[in-house]
Ligand binder design. Structure first.
Ligand code: NAD
Length: 248
């Protein structure tokens, strides 16, 4: 395990890069992680109510949570970790390589930092869609709910929901295919700010390692169950470590 206070290696020379991010990369932008005490995410009631089989019964309460997250992430700014990834993407593409960010985050901060190729595996809190699949599809929506009143679909008036993957729902198959395709030709795979507890994302590192990529973990804390596929683990804030390993 490397000490982040020692000299960090430069990973600039890699040409086919897959970055896998989680809530920790946005912590320095002021967005609480899932695990952070009092974040609201790990509230058992919220988790139970957010299940796809039940959420329709709890829309007023759920929209209070989703609305506050929409407001907080809109007010937040990308931090040096997001910016380092956007700059590394631009440089890698200019050198004829490929660079994909696969994020579990729903906050939109990668795109706002300038990253262009971003797969939002869990959707986006900034998009809304009608609860009826046959109605209008996901669209950007900055509306915030009134106290106790869920947002409704602007086309049909039925309830609306954010375009995020709820508990009990599957990740889009096309998104997973795209990430796996990139992993098969990756020479570098960097996980950033994720506890590695959520599947299938936790398993992407195995696929990257099988393809021969160098696998690197950047996280504030070591994983509860270490994955030996990572050849390097840099413990510390992503906003310090990513600019050091991917920057100038
Ligand atoms: P998690 O909360 O389980 O783990 C976050 C990890 O980030 C922890 O291991 C922690 O040590 C690390 N971390 C905290 N601050 C860091 C920093 N400054 N630099 C580097 N690492 C840091 O998050 P997860 O693994 O992403 O899974 C949580 C789920 O909750 C995801 O599905 C995600 O969609 C959702 N979520 C999203 C957001 C968001 O969009 N910003 C926020 C909270 C939760």
């Amino acid at each position: 395990m490397n000490d982040p206070h020692l000299d960090l290696p430069s990973l600039r020379e890699y040409r086919h890069v897959v970055i896998v991010t989680g809530a920790g990369i946005s912590a320095e932008s002021g967005i609480a992680t899932y695990r952070a005490a009092g974040s609201g995410w790990n509230d058992q009631h919220l988790e139970w109510r957010s299940h796809t089989a039940r959420y329709g019964n709890f829309l007023p309460e759920l929209w209070q949570f989703w609305g506050s997250l929409r407001a907080a992430t809109t007010a937040a700014a990308p931090n040096p970790a997001h910016l380092a990834l956007a700059a590394a993407e631009a440089r890698t593409l200019q050198a004829g390589g490929s660079f994909l960010v696969a994020t579990q985050n729903i906050d939109g901060l990668h795109q706002r930092a300038g990253s262009r190729d971003v797969i939002e595996l869990h959707g986006s809190i900034h998009r809304t869609r009608c609860v009826r699949r046959a109605c209008t599809g996901p669209h950007l929506d900055g509306r915030l709910p009134e106290q106790g009143a869920p947002l409704s679909c602007e086309t049909c008036g039925k309830p609306a929901r954010p375009d995020v993957v709820l508990f009990g729902e599957s990740l889009a198959a096309a998104d997973q295919r795209r990430v796996r395709q990139a992993l098969r030709s990756a020479d570098l795979c960097v996980y950033v700010g994720t506890s590695g507890n959520v599947w299938p994302v936790a398993g992407f590192v195995d696929e990257a390692a099988a393809a021969g990529a160098r696998c690197v973990l950047v996280n504030a804390d070591p994983w509860d169950e270490p994955n030996l596929r990572f050849s390097d683990t840099f413990l510390g804030p992503a906003g310090t470590i990513l600019p050091a390993i991917l920057g100038a």
